[in-house]
Design a protein around this ligand. Sequence first.
Ligand code: PGA
Length: 236
Amino acid sequence: MRHLIAGNWKMNGLNASLAEVNKLKSLLQEKPANADILICPPATLLPSLAQEVAGSPISAGGQDCHTAESGAHTGDVSAEMLKEAGAAFIIVGHSERRADHGETDELVKQKAEAAQRAGLTPIICVGETREERELGNAAAVVSAQLSGSLPEDTNYVVAYEPVWAIGTGLVPSLDDIREIHSLVREKTQEETRLLYGGSVKPANAAEILSIENVNGALVGGASLKAEDFFGIIQAV
Ligand code: PGA
């Protein structure tokens, strides 16, 4: 299975950040044999980033979408709009959206379906909080999120991102990642790509990416710098 190394820029990036994409393109030279590469910038940068990566091994994606195709939803962006802007994937249900915007599993599922309706592949995020892990509930929490968030159409990617590992420099043990990924695999198809996310860096990428049922990474902070992101791609 080809790995997917996906960068999530979150609410970071102005036009000047496209220089990092340009740098990444020159670092890559040619398409990596066994990895697909994706960058999900803020929606404002999507059209120019998509133009910048056209014809390169890098794809562009969105970070969120509304469930509807269009309508009276001030400030929202639809999957169809992201597609037209150049997206191939859309991240849905990131823990920051679940926490900051109260997104439920049901809403995340509807957003995943909206992405599919537009012909895009959703990257559906799940993951437990620190408290849930400490109580020994990580597997149960992830399991329930999967039951509620996965649409019927299996054209999706799943990202396991423990909330406490995001942006903190903390990473679960390799055994803990292996355990959750094998649980996710049981609930998904054999060909579904399962990403790990949470403080992935060039220094830990190789060991994380070699875990069974880890088919790529969702990278936040380290995707903002071309050299760091390239280091993670090289680890594949
Ligand atoms: P991080 O973020 O790599 O900065 O921990 C990952 C994510 O939130 O997708």
